[in-house]
Design a protein around this ligand. Structure first.
Ligand code: DGY
Length: 323
């Protein structure tokens, strides 16, 4: 009997126990045991000779990494829907297939979007701090007044799978849904939402702006001082996409002036080094990039990657293949 060698894989971060066990069964697996964020050069060194590289959004897989791993690397699988950390042109040049995790995280990300929205509108950080620090002297008619949602306009920038999952939930809160995409959606997907052909049009009608578009180099800094100024006075901003879409200095200035009443942010430029300006603001609710962080979702993301790798091995084209 001939024993077929198992493919070699390098796992850059610690996945859930169920997914790591499944990976160990299928691969000659090396694991970055301490779960540290590895620089690209270190990934290239430690994954040398691997067929499969398993990464997350914290790893940068650049052209140099592809070049160094080229002799054996066949597949990069990222535990994320976003893939702005992967040089896709270099992947194509190297003939490496890239898998990601769409769909299975849409509900979890939509839940976090609503958590941020509610906390930004209803002053969740200040409320929690008041109770926790013992500063609360009792109920008062004008204490911590926030912004109600019913009849407000929610502008969703990026009405893809996650944006639409947010819209479903937001409608239940009485919000009127507006959106901007490069292309208008089919009415069956729009579900009555109002399309804006320009971002500027969306901004002008957003009492609450929800940033849900996928991260991309072309979108870096798109929410600058000029665009933030187009929001109605006292608007709320939520970001679950990528931090680098926002010009942090501009948003912090708008939060200080009150032009932006409040913000809910789950993602940041240069994570985990969050702009210090946010830390001292009461009107911003912060969470550490936990959009897809539920037990069920992280397992589902892992299985989607494993299923995709196995489909590729059978010569099939899995739905989560990027290139
Ligand atoms: C994603 O899936 O892109 C999330 O931001 C986690 O990285």
């Amino acid at each position: 009997m001939t024993l077929t060698a198992r493919p070699r894989a390098f796992l850059c971060r610690r996945f859930t126990p169920a997914i790591e066990a499944a990976l160990h069964e299928r691969f000659e697996l090396q694991v970055n045991d301490d779960d540290s964020i590895l620089p690209s050069a270190e990934i290239a060194r430690r994954a040398a000779g691997c067929d499969v590289l398993l990464v997350t959004a914290t790893e940068t897989v650049d052209a140099a990494t592809f070049a160094q791993l080229a002799p054996t690397l066949r597949t990069v699988a990222t535990l994320s829907v976003g893939y702005d950390h992967i040089d896709m042109a270099a992947a194509r040049r190297a003939g490496v297939r890239v898998l990601h995790t769409p769909d299975v995280l849409s509900d979890a990300c939509a839940e976090i979007a609503l958590m941020l929205l509610l906390n930004a509108c209803r002053r969740g950080y200040e409320a929690d701090r008041m109770v926790r620090t013992g500063a609360w002297n009792g109920w008062a008619p004008t204490q911590l007044l926030g912004m109600g949602l019913v009849g407000r306009r929610l502008g969703i920038f990026g009405m893809g799978r996650i944006g639409r999952a947010i819209a479903v939930r937001a409608r239940a809160f009485g919000l009127d849904i507006h959106y901007h995409n490069r292309q208008r959606l089919d009415p069956a997907l729009e579900q009555g939402a109002t399309y804006h052909g320009t971002l500027e049009g969306l901004l002008a009608t957003s009492d609450i702006l929800m940033i849900a578009a996928p991260g991309a180099p072309a979108l870096r800094g798109i929410f600058d001082a000029d665009r933030l100024a187009r929001l109605p006075q006292g608007a709320v901003l939520v970001n679950i996409s990528r931090g680098d879409l926002i010009d942090d200095d501009a948003l912090i200035a708008a939060l200080k002036s009150g032009h932006v009443r409040g913000a809910g942010l789950d993602v940041f430029a240069n994570e985990p080094r969050v702009h210090v300006g946010y830390r001292t603001l009461d009107n911003v609710f912060l969470s550490p990039h936990i959009g897809s962080a539920t037990h069920e979702t992280r397992d589902a993301m892992g299985w989607l990657l494993i299923d995709g790798i196995e489909a590729l091995a059978r010569g099939e084209t899995p739905g989560n293949l990027l290139s």
